[in-house]
Write a protein that binds this ligand. Structure first.
Ligand code: SF4
Length: 598
């Protein structure tokens, strides 16, 4: 019965395991054995997937699982006090399940609600703006038998999916730009695309200058062209709705308010490259949006905008929703594809690139939510309209998720090219002493750099802009970001798996005042090694919190180090010992420098 709907397809392993988790509250050994026999996989393969994702458990969980967001913004907004209130009211510690099996309490990394922190997931609903008092009330209500949904509204099930979503989460749209957050006509872009040759569609996207909005900035039209030009029977369109970068939540707003536009953009991409299948990969933390998106997809099928013969043409395309299960790494393109294939979310070795060999070895276009939405608007309004907005090589508008120490946290749609200072003025963050542009894997800048430009050419960001005032401890922020990477590394390659642990420990030394000047060189050297030798973007960006703060906040580090004279010094100098030996043997350096390679 659990496999109903997805059959025994091993590529739907994540759906199967999620269904088992929902039903049994854990992935029991017996369930794993049964799934293995039904899907034709080995038991160890099933266990490999089950053990990879944070939201899948191999130990029994409570009927209700409270996941407290442990992001640095939530910490600064009072999550430690909220957690303590939950612990006191429930009589368990974070990481435990109550003896009666009613409630589990745990921490989870950023759940995409930094603009209304502290926040938590309670089963499939989310609660925001928590206080210790509210935590106590929630715990009491759950103990009294209320469902998590009833915590949102007593008539929760009578609400529409959109009402359910917006009762839980504020959109916090602070500035609507011309492309996405101002009112948009329904279906105008697709209607025009259906009258165009696929080559023209791609040319239009290329001419617009649209670049991937997830942070990497690869040309969207170029990506579509590569996929279209690859010989294949089937092609795939995947939407990356797994925005897990700490401090990023702008796709959450698009998924809530522009799901039709997103589906339209994916359909236009399918028309352009000749794809018949689409996957919308929704991060597990956004499970509260599942019904809303499913409703929109069904509405589009009913209107002939998805499914067979779209627009009365010989064009078939449909989208399935794939729910993630709590893994930051699945925001990486290859890991996302692995996860869609029912595998652990591990990145893939490149080349080949997904546009030629992606999902199940088929040419695959992966773009994020914002990129597909822009594509639909470009087809409606034209390439020139889009490319006229922005700055140099960064065309169009960008959605910024602003959170932290500012008066007006939320989503701002603005043309590329504004300065950090201008964005801070809009968000009421003029007191900022530091800004993390691009989240944990981005760039931490200090006050003297606030005139830098938000664009691909200067400060690129997938959307995260986290503001910190002067009372915040920079090293605490860096230590948190490094612990995040330690937690989220998929573990495939040693430099990332082990190196980030060492970096995290080293930052701990600075925080405790136990570091010496040599430790700064150690941080730089180890960071360089991790960047050079890691396989995917997580490893190659994970040292950035350290490197960018070493560069932009040198005094923070200098203030914590102790001079080396206070520490144990090496008593053996190998270079001077060699010089002594040369001298005693009356030999010059030539014997040591001789080249034996011939
Ligand atoms: Fe996994 Fe890190 Fe290696 Fe990426 S760099 S493949 S996250 S271990």
């Amino acid at each position: 019965a659990i496999c109903e709907g997805v059959g025994d397809d091993p590529h739907r392993m994540l759906d199967i395991l999620r269904a088992v988790q929902d039903e049994l509250r854990w992935i029991s050994p017996a369930a794993m054995g049964l799934i293995a026999s039904r899907t034709g996989l080995s038991r160890i393969a099933v266990e490999g997937v089950a053990s990879f994702y944070a939201f899948l458990s191999q130990a029994p969980k409570g009927r209700v699982t409270i996941r407290l967001c442990d992001d640095i913004v939530d910490r600064f907004a009072g999550m430690p006090e909220v957690a303590a209130a939950f612990e006191a009211a429930l009589g368990i510690k974070v990481g435990e399940t109550s003896a009666d099996g009613a409630v589990s309490l745990e921490y989870t990394p950023c759940i995409g609600l930094c603009d209304q922190a502290p926040a938590a997931m309670i089963n499939d609903v989310v609660l925001t703006g928590l206080t210790p008092g509210r935590a106590g009330d929630i715990a009491a209500a759950l103990k009294a038998g209320q469902s998590p949904e009833e915590l949102i509204a007593q008539d929760f099930l009578d609400l529409t999916p959109h009402e359910r979503a917006t009762r839980q989460v504020e959109n916090n749209i602070r500035h609507a730009g011309a492309s996405l957050l101002s009112p948009v006509p329904d279906g105008a872009g697709l209607a025009k695309a259906l009258d165009m040759d696929p080559v023209r569609i791609i040319a239009e996207i290329e001419a617009s200058g649209l670049r991937g909005c997830g942070g990497a900035g690869f040309g969207t039209g170029r990506k579509w062209r590569f996929a279209a030009e690859t010989e294949a029977e089937r092609r795939i369109i995947i939407c990356n709705a797994d925005e897990g970068e700490p401090g990023t939540f702008k796709d959450r707003v698009l998924l809530t308010e522009r799901p039709h536009l997103l589906a339209e953009g994916m359909t236009i991409a399918a028309r352009a490259v000749g794809a018949s299948e689409g996957i919308l990969y929704l991060r597990g933390e956004y499970v509260y949006l599942r019904d809303l998106i499913e409703e929109v997809l069904q509405d589009r099928r009913d209107r002939g905008l998805l499914g067979q013969g779209i627009g009365g043409q010989d064009f078939d395309f449909d989208i399935r929703l794939q729910l993630g299960a709590g893994a930051y790494i699945c925001g990486e393109e290859g890991a996302l594809i692995s996860s869609c294939e029912g595998l652990p979310g591990e990145p893939k070795t490149r080349p080949p690139f997904p546009v030629t060999q992606g999902y199940l070895g088929l040419p695959t276009v992966v773009n994020n939510v914002e990129t597909f939405c822009h594509a639909a608007r470009i087809l409606d309004q034209g390439a020139q309209w889009f490319s006229d907005m922005g700055h140099a090589g960064s065309h169009g508008t960008k959605l910024f998720s602003v959170s932290g120490d500012c008066l007006r946290p939320g989503v701002y749609e603005l043309s590329y090219g504004l300065s950090v200072r201008e964005l801070l003025a809009m968000a009421g963050g003029e007191d900022a002493a530091a800004v993390a542009v691009g989240g944990a894997s981005g760039t931490m800048i200090a006050r003297d750099q606030f005139d830098r430009c938000l664009s691909f050419d200067d400060l690129a960001t997938g959307g995260s802009v986290v503001v910190f005032n002067g009372s915040r401890n920079i090293l605490e922020i860096v230590e948190y970001y490094m612990s995040f990477f330690v937690h989220e590394s998929c573990g495939f390659c040693t430099p990332c798996r082990v190196g980030n642990v060492f970096l995290h420990k080293a930052i701990g030394k600075f925080r405790k005042g136990l570091a010496n000047p040599e430790d700064i060189e150690y941080l730089k050297d180890l960071s360089g090694t991790i960047i050079e030798t890691s396989r995917c973007g997580l490893g190659t960006t994970s040292p950035k919190p350290i490197l960018t703060t070493l560069e932009n906040f040198p005094l923070v580090y200098a203030a914590t180090v102790k001079p080396s004279k206070d520490r144990i010094r090496a008593s053996f100098d190998i270079q001077s010992a060699i010089d002594d030996a040369r001298h005693m043997a009356k030999r010059g350096s030539e014997i040591f420098d001789e080249d034996y390679s011939e």
